[in-house]
Design a protein around this ligand. Sequence first.
Ligand SMILES: Nc1ncnc2c1ncn2[C@@H]1O[C@H](COP(=O)(O)OP(=O)(O)OP(=O)(O)O)[C@@H](O)[C@H]1O
Length: 630
Amino acid sequence: MRNQTVGSTEKAPAATVPPPQTAGDGRLPRAARAVAWLLVGVVLLALPLLLPPFRTYLATVVLVYVIAVVGLNVVMGFSGQISISHAAFMGVGAYTTAVLMGRWELPFPLAALAGVLLATLLGYVVGLPALRIAGHYLALATLAFQLIVQSVIFNWESVTNGPRGIAVPPAVVGVFPLADRNLYYLVLVAALLSLLFVRNVVRSRVGRAWRAIRDKEIAASVFGVDVARFKTLAFGVSAGYAGLAGALFAITVGFLDPGAFNLWESVKQLTMVLFGGLGTLVGPPLGAALLVLAPEFLTPFREHSLLVFYVVLLLVLIFLRGGLASGVSRTAAWVRRRRSGAPPSDAVVTDAAVTAARDRPAPPVERSAEAGSAVGESMLTADGVTVRFGGLIALDGVDLRVRDGEIKGLIGPNGAGKTTLFNVLTRVYPVHAGSVTFAGRDMLRLRPHQVVGAGLARTFQNVEMFRSMTALENVLVGRHHRDACGLWRTGLRLPSARAEERQARDAARAALATLGLERYADTPAESLPLGVQRRLEIARAMVAEPRLLMLDEPASGLTAAEAAALMDDVRRIRAAGVTVLLIEHNMRFVMGLSDSVTVLDHGRVIFDGSPQRAQSDPAVVAAYLGEVES
Ligand SMILES: Nc1ncnc2c1ncn2[C@@H]1O[C@H](COP(=O)(O)OP(=O)(O)OP(=O)(O)O)[C@@H](O)[C@H]1O
């Protein structure tokens, strides 16, 4: 059996930015974190009382960049897209604010709001290419936007004052001039709220959707994540943050030099994020602080200061993949291990642990055992499905019927078209001819992310874990389509969002328990053994509450005992009322489970009927059964 599934989502375009390294057990203990945050809070509050005005100004500039990079981290770190136009969005916020305050005499809050809204809108527009292109092409598209904004700032002199720059009138709110300490505290509050908002979003359904897109885009859409919507949302949020940073930057510096928003500035912000820790919460703010303040630290090196700075940067990027934040978490993990003498907790789970989990009796499924055992009417009907890849006809007028309540086997030799058919049913592949109806619905009208809502959930031949997530978070993505809370409700942690998250977590834990996996809830999914990952995929599909569960070679790579345990699981799932469509090469597994089988060969159906008849059908024997394990 070949290892590379043709047509599995591994053929999907890779996420543009590789996922950051997971923190593993590197989180500081709760109490230590609380003390650390308290200390940081006290220092931040006291700073302007202790520092001379110029240093307070510098601290304010640092906080402005914190807001900018927290936004950049949303698009690059969490949603995995690339953007080298962040300074341009900041420029849009800054210039809009300055022009509206200077020419229209708008008060700062209104001018800033306009800057944020315009930057957000442009962020959505710049995010549109990300729906069609990725990688270098997307980088170039964002670069083009950066250059357009630069050109507008330089050439639209009647508004921006061109290369001469533009003065920003002093900002006043009520009787308070927004300058010095007042301004510092305003920017501090804005930075903390910005960070808090993103933290809440990232830990919610929205953040999981972003991370799922980053890790495995097609698997994300199969579980109901509207990839287009969430990608553009990430660009919009990120640009909105840049717009806010730009507005605050304008009143902090008092004069806008167009050079402050050029390509080099975008690269600098990107460096802040990578240096601090892509996809971490505290890393980018740390990176911003260090990079803004670098000239101060490096004064002893005089004319060599830039050289020293870039050498340090290079060393961190090469040797501390994951940035400073990963350095901190690795050190914390090391200290913990030294203290406890325990092995690293993100080490691969041992076989003994897996066996223990497998042998543990799984809790009974909720619905009665009889509920789904009666086979009923046709639930899924595919007629004449044809799929071509260039000159290759992968499916050639395939008909398939799956009846309500049955376990249907879909078998055939390698390359017969089984996974392609799964990909057609879940709308991953387009069809050239034919129709698919499921529970009376025309499936070919649905977009990929709508399929799971119609009642179809699947697993993949090559396990498709969201690799930066824990087992629990992976299962939670399966819940995505059932929930509704978006950016604002999750970011503000409104009661509705909290209640929804609680229910989703309960459902995900229950699904883990049903498959005997609750002990792995907080383990990074990628470090689990294959057998556990396969069960985890089933838990993720089951939490979506499908009517039809589609399993693509679930027993592949499992030991005989693991396969036997999985057979029991599949029977229990069917008994709970879920219809099962099963691709499998392990004949004992598929023949032992299926009520009926359809056999494909070279993209055509060569048999449809009972497993017993299949085994003696001459065409099937000739095509397939003779050459596989039994
Ligand atoms: N994205 C693709 N691009 C080009 N060819 C593809 C693609 N996906 C599938 N194919 C081709 O379509 C044919 C059917 O492949 P498919 O993966 O559906 O077979 P399968 O029956 O699932 O095989 P296996 O049991 O080995 O997984 C193969 O010849 C394969 O090379």
